[in-house]
Design a protein around this ligand. Structure first.
Ligand code: ZN
Length: 343
């Protein structure tokens, strides 16, 4: 059998989504210092073998609708300040060349991502400025409606992309910003399939056929994402993982599992990967832990140091080495290579 620990160390590991900046911006902890709080910081990401980390700049509901850009700027300041303070261990990656150089230097490649396009405040010029600041992934919505689209919390209205949303997606294609459909309501997902001319991602969404939660993707959606050459990152929120929890919980919440809920496990995360691989092959699935954005974690995935367990599980389930490398990070890198600007 393959040496899973060695494979995990050798492979490029990409995590498509963590919310650690929320704690950083509130000065509850720092990126550089190992904490007992939450799930991730530089020491724990390193121990978990993560090479590339997408840091969500999450626009909390209190900043909507009119202070999204302010909150983004505060988050970006926290991100860039932390990266500067930890320059020996991490760097801001704006290109795939940056990622490769940082990995070569044994540093974490930190990517600026936005969760909730309230940050552009309805103006395409702001979108262009965000690209200049180094934003490389934007989730069009969180759970609410915004000027671009309806989030999954507004699914009742059946609203898709607005005209501004269509323009924003087209501009993101021009700018080399990856469109992220996580949290988007289903009609908006299908609008992205129609409008977006580049591979798109669901940075932290699972398979609805395994766990029937609206934050997860249907098989038809997974096929469409794969046909576009995209990737979906496996979310560790128990409510999105456990087959019995999806339909039981608050329609959109990832964090509020009922007290008597059965425990989600690492093996159940692997079940989502199995399902997606059976459906479309191993080239469209990755990791999107949602660490520090979820209240509870599956058994075996308590924090970022546990990620080698994913590789051990995939080896145990008979996945080939190329397939495991693809799932751990190769698939995300392929999308970045295709979409991001070269310089
Ligand atoms: Zn999220």
């Amino acid at each position: 059998m393959m040496d899973a620990a060695k494979l995990h160390r050798d492979a490029v590991v990409v995590d498509g989504h963590i919310d650690t900046l929320v704690s950083i911006v509130k000065q509850q902890r720092t990126l550089g210092k190992r904490s007992d709080e939450g799930h991730a910081d530089l020491p724990r990401l390193r121990e978990g073998g993560v090479n590339v980390q997408l840091f969500a700049h999450y626009i909390e509901p209190a900043y909507k609708p009119d202070r999204g850009l302010l909150r983004f700027m505060q988050m970006a300041d926290a991100f860039l300040s932390e990266i500067a303070a930890n320059a020996d261990h991490a760097g801001h990656a704006k290109t795939v060349d940056d990622i490769e150089r940082l990995i070569e230097e044994d540093k974490l490649a930190a990517v600026m991502a936005i969760e909730g396009a309230e940050a552009i405040q309805g103006d395409i010029a702001v979108l262009r400025m965000l690209a200049r600041l180094g934003v490389r992934v934007i989730g069009l919505t969180w759970n609410q409606r915004n000027a671009l689209a309806d989030g999954i919390g507004e699914a009742r209205t059946r609203g898709g992309l607005t005209e501004l949303g269509v323009r924003a997606v087209r501009e993101m294609n021009q700018l080399g910003i990856v469109v992220d459909v996580a949290h988007l309501a289903d009609p908006g997902f299908w609008d992205v399939v129609d409008v977006c001319e580049a591979p798109f991602i669901a940075s932290h969404s699972n398979a609805r056929a395994v766990c029937d939660h609206p934050r997860n993707l249907t098989d038809d959606q997974i096929r469409a994402l794969a046909a576009a050459g995209g990737v979906m990152g496996m979310n560790f929120a128990p409510n999105f993982v456990h087959p019995e929890l999806g339909a039981r919980v608050h329609p959109v919440s990832g964090s509020l599992a009922p007290d008597d809920a059965p425990r989600a496990t690492l093996g159940m995360v692997l079940d989502h990967i199995d399902h997606i691989v059976n459906l479309v092959g191993p080239d469209y699935v990755g990791l999107g832990s949602d660490f520090d954005g979820i209240g509870d974690t599956p058994d075996g995935l308590e924090n970022a140091t546990c990620l080698p367990g994913i590789t051990a599980g995939l080896v145990e389930r008979g996945y080939s080495e190329p397939a495991i490398r693809a799932i751990l990070g190769g698939n995300f890198l392929r999308v970045f290579r295709e979409v991001w600007p070269e310089h």
